[in-house]
Design a protein. Structure first.
Length: 321
């Protein structure tokens, strides 16, 4: 996976050197990132707060948020920022994320595509879909609960899908009195599982999504923390990217094509790497192993396909996707 940085380079100059100042600056780079972690760690609230504090919420959306917070909110009289992301009626009724929700915003330094993924174990496959196209992961940890099995599971899936850059966001610091000792203990605990993961760029940030501490501005409630805010880290992160030849194959399945009982095709756009007929693949989240039986592109069957191509794959065995 590679970040998109659109540039136009002119080989010749039509005018004198003094006119070059009028050439438009390159478009801000695009970062695709995912938020993940255990259920109720505050992923949707974090994204909602990030959108709100980044001035990416329109007036009509804000008015709708105020109404929805009174009707569905779980934060009393305060705005429930999770409702900016959790749009399904079942999500609002249950107070959890079920499907992957994509949100877009930009700053003067960078554009972002965020994938908010569910934390509940039942919806782990949806989390894997979101992670398959991410360049960076924000892994949330509830400061009160510490590192949970689902935290480890999401970290492993993120690593296995090729994400190298992560931010460990220790959320709900307000509920532990902004205690540095709690933060340090979680950091130490996460470092114990790092050797089993493939992360090469990692940052640890204490924050409170509900109150906005360390989201876009440094918080006076955390004077012992001198690092970057979440937004600063996102704006400056340089995720490690794979060379085309060595990229692992990854494809989120967007649709299962079943025109008749004799055909079952898995449709999607290849997020990274290449795949060929006969290749062995692993289906997440259940780790089922099978081989590619056939690959179909827009013009019919092909022997192989690469990143960015929309394809339908058939498998040699039945696997749970």
């Amino acid at each position: 996976m590679s970040s998109v940085n659109a540039r136009i380079l002119d080989a010749e100059f039509a005018g004198p050197a003094a006119d070059t100042a009028a050439v438009p600056a390159p478009a801000p780079s695009l970062l695709r990132f995912i938020t993940c972690g255990s259920v109720d760690d505050g992923k949707s609230t974090l994204i909602g707060r990030l959108l709100y504090d980044s001035k990416a919420v329109f007036d009509d959306q804000l008015e709708a948020l105020k109404r929805d917070s009174k009707k569905f909110g779980t934060t009393g009289d305060d705005l429930d920022f999770a409702l900016l992301v959790d749009g399904l009626s079942a999500e609002r009724e249950q107070g959890i994320t079920i499907d992957v929700a994509y949100r877009y915003f930009s700053t003067s330094k960078r554009a972002f595509i965020i994938a908010d993924t569910p934390g509940h174990e039942q919806y782990t496959r949806n989390m894997a879909t979101g992670a398959s196209s991410a360049e960076l992961a924000v892994i949330l940890v509830d400061a009160r609960k510490g590192i949970l099995p689902q935290t480890r599971r999401h970290s492993f899936i993120t690593s296995m899908l090729g994400v190298k850059s992560v931010i460990i966001a220790v959320n709900k610091m307000d509920l532990v009195g902004y205690d540095q000792g709690v933060f340090d203990a979680i950091v130490a605990g996460y470092k114990e599982i790092l050797p089993s993961l493939g992360f090469t760029d990692i940052a640890y940030i204490p924050l409170s999504a509900k109150n906005g501490d360390n989201i876009t501005a440094r918080s006076p409630n955390l004077p012992w923390y001198t690092g970057e805010t979440l937004l600063e880290r996102l704006e400056t992160a340089a995720p490690e990217t794979f060379e085309e030849e060595g990229a692992p194959f990854r494809m989120p399945v967007q649709w299962v094509n079943r025109p008749n009982l004799d055909f079952r095709g898995y449709c999607g756009t290849i997020a990274g790497g290449r795949v060929s007929r006969g290749d062995e693949v692993v289906a997440l989240p259940n780790n089922g192993t099978t081989r590619i039986k056939a690959i179909y592109g827009p013009s019919g069957e092909v022997a192989s396909a690469g990143a960015g191509e929309a394809v339908t794959l058939t498998l040699a065995d039945e696997v749970d996707l």
